[in-house]
Design a binder for this molecule. Structure first.
Ligand code: MTE
Ligand code: LUZ
Ligand code: MOS
Length: 785
């Protein structure tokens, strides 16, 4: 992998030169837990020392996709070794529900089961192993009901978890009629398992007077607190939820950690003993929701150059049996159907198909990738129909650069005020040698009958902010201790993405101290109240701003104290390189803090941030839901064996707009990770349910995520030099989700390689994931006749 020179190291070596050169943000600091990760010393929930008397739970799961439970016989479960107790839906003193928005999501099935894998009961036993063995001994009599197993079936039956959504601008029908050319088609894009390395887990410890302390691997401690409080019918102030870190979340622990947290809490409260519930991989995959699979039908009109004149699309997602976050996911899909392209006349419909399968949920990109891949598929077809290079058609359709150029209002009415896709694409086209390699590949394919190479360039534009406006808020606490060391707590959660490192950098920078003196503690609902999920890529944006606000208040008090003590005015006091510059004197930060304490200056503060200028009308699907856009593009080159369907990614170049990156090393890591994860989604990761609705790909033996050997040997990831137009934290941009769209280029490179079989004259009907089987089918389809 190519490492780019770190421009920020220059500033680092200069750091005694003064406040201009000194910086703790914008530098490639290692992840705050990097050493612990490598040594295996980072504490995950299951690594916490267990309290004396800890018991272990396991869940009993439905074997039917849709059925009425006629009877349950627990005799053999009760008689199994080590079993302490069993709980069912009726044992919740409060509401048996963990739905994050709509309350249609039972924690334990009550009378009716709606998918294979749905939890029905909890068994508590003396060990994890005994609990797991005992649950299997249950005898359940079901009366089977008709099941809906695919989104297409759901649409046919008008079975939806929410009313369908619609967004129209202009007159798509008229535009289609007037267009010189039209393309129509269908596309199917599969779902994806989050496959966090650490599975779902909660460890619930009863505390005095109805209290409960829950250690939970979750992106959303406050939501866990609410669900537990409602389920147990106690106040939120009785519930403390804590998460030091997750071994990955990827959206899968935004809402769906709640079931495990509530189940463990119910058992712990009843037994007055600590209870741990840890899912093994198969149970985790059988129970929890995944990325939404989407099915699209589209009709698009375009001119001789490939300019899109009108577009109609209908999308239906696999929501699963309950709503969960399917509504906001579909909304984000609708708001990303444009991707980087201006669509003057559009008619978009989105439906959340209710199916008797796992309730699908957040996964990196949150519907954005599903919206954008549809238009990319269409643009790819337009280019092939016109015999043009797809990059040229893409560029032609890009949003306008500015007001003068126009073409800069999205289909939902937000102005694209920060467009850099033209410059970014031009830079990548150059640095990747796109044109030269295109010619080489065409020449290679002409003489290679079986092995075919493919190349594709795909751009993205991704809206940053929760599309549910009120979620765009965050809080933080900054404590400066008398010795000058700093402790930070914020509402975000660490899932490996480096939020704690970034927030610590922001605080260190604000106080002018080195990163080493700042420590970030576990996320805890008793410290910051009413937090949003760490999601929508906004973690560092929101919590960074909140922590900066808190640190600024402490600094201002210190500046005032310094001016009072040493002379001069507070506004002139500077904090950098562990020193405080006041009235011509340089005082070590820790010395000033010690003196301020004796003078009874408050050395800690809270901070708060709410993203400004956001609004959204969900009825008309219009407004300005995003704070800004993050742009990127990638070029991928593949080689495909058209006889076996095997393929390799030979080289990938990615350019990502992280604004003024807070930490270039972490951001490059995020881009690399998202790229490979997205590549898995579109290629090898296939979710497959059998005719009875049972997910058969529920372990790594049958569900193939990318391995290190699937990463391209030649992987060139760079950050685009930019500065956020929006007033984000140090003008950086979010990085968590958007780069998941970069490996669209892998999928379209595979499609390009397949197209060469028919001399680039036909559109291969390649569906995602492009498994070996899907590739062979597409080759066969265009080879015939
Ligand atoms: N990176 C790692 N290592 N592990 C994760 O679970 N989740 C992704 C992304 N990057 C994830 C990750 C998702 S889905 C989101 S929304 C963002 O991180 C959340 O973190 P941030 O907002 O702080 O970037
Ligand atoms: N919207 C969004 C959401 O854009 N991203 C999210 O993760 C999310 N989560 C809950 C509700 N809306
Ligand atoms: Mo990320 S899907 O917003 O947790």
């Amino acid at each position: 992998m190519n490492k780019q020179a770190d421009p920020f190291l220059v500033a680092e070596s200069n750091k005694s030169a003064g406040p201009i050169a000194w910086a703790e943000v914008g530098r490639s600091h290692p992840h705050e837990s990097a050493i612990l990760h490598v040594l295996g010393e980072a504490t995950y929930t299951d690594d916490l020392p267990e309290l004396h008397g800890t018991l272990h739970a396991a869940l009993g799961l439905s074997q039917k996709a849709h059925a009425r439970i006629v009877s349950i016989n627990f005799d053999a479960v009760k008689a199994a070794p080590g079993v302490i107790s069993i709980y069912t839906a009726s044992d919740f003193p409060g509401t048996n529900d963990c739905g994050p928005i709509i309350h249609d999501d039972p924690i334990l099935a009550d009378g009716i089961v709606e998918y294979v894998g749905q939890p029905i009961f909890i068994v508590v036993a003396e060990s994890h192993d005994l609990a797991r063995r005992a649950v299997r001994k249950v005898e359940i009599v079901y009366e089977e009901l008709p099941a809906i197993l695919t989104p297409v079936e759901a649409r046919a039956a008008q079975s939806f978890v929410l009313p369908p959504m619609s967004l129209k601008r202009g007159d798509a029908q008229q535009a289609l009629q007037n267009a010189p050319h039209r393309v129509t088609g269908k596309l199917h894009v599969g779902g994806q398992e989050q496959f966090y390395l650490e599975g779902q887990i909660s460890y619930a410890i009863p505390t005095e007077s109805k209290g409960i302390h829950v250690y939970c691997s979750t992106q959303h401690p406050s939501e866990m607190q609410h669900v537990i409080a409602h389920a147990l019918d106690i106040h939120s102030h009785n519930v403390q939820v804590e998460c030091r870190r997750m071994g990955g979340g990827f959206g899968g622990k935004e809402s769906q950690s709640a079931l495990w947290a509530a189940a463990a809490s119910l058992a712990a409260t009843n037994l007055r003993r600590p209870v741990k519930l840890r899912a093994d991989r198969d149970d985790d995959m059988m129970v929890t929701g995944k990325r939404h699979e989407f099915y699209y039908e589209y009709e698009v009109g375009y001119d001789d150059q490939g300019l899109i004149l009108g577009a109609k699309v209908e999308m239906v997602s696999r929501a699963g049996f309950s709503a969960d976050l399917s509504g906001p996911v579909a909304t984000r899909a609708v708001c990303h159907f444009d991707n980087a392209y201006y669509l003057s006349d559009v008619d978009i419909k989105a439906m959340c198909g209710k199916t008797n399968t796992q309730s699908n949920t957040a996964f990196r990109g949150f519907g954005g990738p599903q919206g954008a891949i549809a238009i990319e598929y269409i643009v790819d077809e337009i280019a092939r129909n016109l015999g043009k290079d797809a990059l040229d058609v893409r560029k032609l359709n890009f949003y306008g650069r500015n007001d003068t150029e126009g073409r800069n209002i999205t289909q939902y009415g937000q102005k694209v005020a920060d467009n850099v896709i033209h410059e970014l694409a031009a830079e990548l086209e150059q640095s990747s040698d796109y044109r030269k390699r295109r010619a080489e590949i065409t020449a290679f394919n002409a003489v290679s009958p079986v092995l075919k190479k493919g190349l594709a360039f795909t751009p993205h534009k991704f809206g940053i902010a929760f599309n549910v406006t009120h979620l765009n808020q965050a809080g933080a606490l900054v404590h400066v201790y008398v010795d000058g060391s700093v402790l930070v707590n914020h509402g975000g959660t660490e899932m490996g993405q480096g939020i704690n490192t970034k927030v610590a950098q922001v605080v260190a920078h604000e106080l002018g101290v080195s990163l080493g003196t700042v420590r970030v503690t576990a996320t805890d609902t008793s410290k910051i109240a009413n937090t949003s999920a760490t999601a929508a890529s906004t973690g560092a944006d929101l919590n960074g701003k909140a922590a900066q606000d808190a640190a600024r208040q402490v600094r201002e008090r210190l500046a005032e104290f310094a001016a009072k003590t040493y002379g001069g005015i507070a506004a002139d006091v500077q904090f950098y390189a562990q020193q405080v510059q006041v009235n011509g004197q340089s005082i070590p930060f820790a010395d000033l803090v010690g003196k301020a304490y004796l003078a009874r200056v408050q050395l800690w503060s809270d901070g708060f941030y709410a993203t400004p200028h956001l609004h959204w009308d969900s009825k008309t699907m219009t407004g300005s839901p995003f704070s800004y856009y993050a742009y990127g593009a990638a070029v991928s080159e593949v080689i495909v064996d058209t006889l076996t369907g095997e393929w390799r990614l030979l080289r990938a170049d990615a350019l990502y707009d992280a604004g003024n990156s807070l930490n270039p090393a972490i951001d490059i890591g995020q881009v690399e990770g998202a790229f490979i994860q997205g590549m898995g989604w579109l290629t090898t990761e296939e979710l497959w349910w059998n005719k009875a609705g049972k997910l058969m790909t529920h372990a790594p033996s049958t569900y193939k995520i990318p391995a290190i050997s699937d990463c391209p040997e030649d992987f060139r990831v760079k950050l685009f030099k930019n500065r956020n137009v929006a007033d984000s934290i140090h003008r950086s941009k979010a990085v968590g989700e958007p780069p998941l769209l970069l490996p669209f280029s892998v999928f379209f490179a595979i499609r390009d390689a397949i197209a060469s079989v028919a001399d680039y004259k036909k559109n291969p009907p390649l569906q995602a994931p492009a498994t070996g089987e899907a590739i062979l089918k597409a080759v066969e389809a265009i080879s015939a006749g």
